[in-house]
Design a protein around this ligand. Structure first.
Ligand SMILES: O=C(O)CCC(=O)C(=O)O
Length: 275
């Protein structure tokens, strides 16, 4: 599938605004999933050969830890960009109803029986802060992030649907401050298989939980509307992206998204999205 444009239904638009997430089942085929797995395997080969650096859960067993910046020259693979061009960018432009720019592109990885969990959090605001509601409102449809699993049985992302659009409740604040790895009221577990993808607002209360360290490879990526200047948490990529020739070979939508990141890179210190 190479989609020039994607149209969301009214129901999908409403669900994304109100619930803060959208799941697409079998959004692309097994060939695409395999091409991404092959690309990660090539990345692992390069890391083992000392051509790029990644963190490991177990190097001998080819088990990488979370990998960041997979569109930078040392980790780039054409398969990543071809997927973004064909399947991802048109869908995100439909969700955000606007042209978009690159933000982050990496992979969540677990395995080898190593416990993995992140505490409950919202990425782009300070829970309980006086500006929490204003920031949540500002970020309703300016960005999205996604998890796209490459391995079966991805049951590791937990979210509280609808929480991106309202201040934190007292019960949520109690979990956040007293027991951030505990049970969050209203949580659901997002159940995905390879080819499925969940797009979600980064201000949903969410966490990753894989206590048994089951094998997980899930591409985890963010995009912003093209007119939003680069924030502190996504800054520092311009030098890598400006490596001579790097953008030239990329397919056009991906190259354009990265060029927009470069074009809107602030001259002064980038702002913190939580302010
Ligand atoms: O493991 C996950 O799915 C969640 C990751 C996450 O919350 C994060 O990187 O901010």
């Amino acid at each position: 599938m190479n989609q020039a444009t994607v149209q969301l239904s009214q129901a999908q638009r409403k669900a994304y605004r109100e619930q803060g997430y959208l799941i697409f089942r079998a959004a692309y085929g097994t060939d695409r999933v395999q091409s991404l797995i092959d690309a990660v395997e090539r990345l692992i080969d390069r890391a083992l050969a000392g051509e790029c650096e990644i963190r490991w859960i177990d190097r001998e067993r080819r088990l990488p830890n979370r990998i960041g910046h997979m569109l930078h020259p040392d980790k780039y693979d054409a398969a990543f960009a071809e997927w973004l061009d064909a399947d991802i960018i048109p869908t995100i432009e439909a969700i955000l109803e606007a042209p978009i720019r690159h933000s982050l592109f990496g992979m969540l990885a677990s395995g080898g029986g190593q416990h993995y969990s992140t505490p409950w959090h919202r990425d782009l605001c300070r829970p309980g802060d006086t500006n929490e509601e204003a920031v949540l409102h500002r970020e309703l449809v300016r960005h999205t992030q996604f998890n796209a699993p490459l391995k079966p049985g991805d049951r590791f992302l937990q979210i509280v649907p609808g929480s991106h659009a309202r201040p934190s409740t007292q019960a949520e604040m109690a979990v956040y401050t007293d027991n951030p790895n505990g049970n969050m009221p209203g949580k659901i577990t997002v159940e995905l298989e390879p080819g499925d993808i969940v797009y979600y607002n980064a201000n949903l209360w969410h966490r990753g939980l894989n206590p048994e360290g089951v094998l997980r490879w899930s591409v985890h990526t963010a995009f912003w509307r093209a007119d939003i200047p680069v924030w502190q948490h996504e800054s520092g990529q311009h030098e890598a992206m400006l490596t001579p020739g790097h953008l030239d070979d990329m397919p056009s939508r991906t190259r354009t998204c990265i060029q927009r990141y470069l074009d809107i890179y602030p001259e002064d210190t980038p702002l913190n999205a939580r302010d």
